[in-house]
Design a protein around this ligand. Structure first.
Ligand code: 5GP
Ligand code: ZN
Length: 122
């Protein structure tokens, strides 16, 4: 069974966005992923890069993905340049699990930019 057929995928907000069952501002799409504007942006640029396959978090990655993950990550520089944050710098975040602040349990990369970020993160 593909993960996208599972019970949790049916209730997943990002799967619904991918299937265009709920609206979102899509800034990029290819056969493996969509990138959308975050509905509650934490910076002038806040994009979520979401694989179309319903992976819950980084814990679902086991090395059998082929080039799926490389293709997913290759969207980051594309969008950073498109949004004009490549040169000044940007932050990427993947929250994994409740204590890290993950609230949508479908793997996604936050791409944040347009303001300074601090370290360590909060
Ligand atoms: P997490 O907390 O899981 O790392 O990130 C989930 C992100 O998804 C949050 O930044 C939140 O604002 C965003 N988000 C949640 N629901 C929606 C939605 O329906 N549409 C969009 N565009 N973003 C969403
Ligand atoms: Zn999903």
């Amino acid at each position: 069974m593909r993960r996208s057929d599972s019970m949790e995928a049916k209730e997943c907000v990002f799967c619904k966005i991918i299937e265009k069952k709920i609206p979102s501002k899509i800034v990029f799409e290819d056969e493996g992923a969509v990138a959308i504007e975050d509905v509650n942006p934490q910076a002038p640029v806040h994009i979520l890069i979401v694989p179309k396959r319903h992976l819950i978090s980084l814990l679902d990655i086991d090395g059998a993905e082929g080039d799926e993950i490389v293709r997913l990550f290759s969207i980051i520089p594309k969008l950073a340049r498109l949004k004009g944050i490549a040169e000044r710098g940007f932050r990427t975040v993947i929250n994994s699990g409740k204590e890290a602040g993950q609230t949508v349990f479908h793997l996604h990369i936050h791409l944040l930019g347009g303001r300074p970020f601090h370290w360590p993160p909060g």
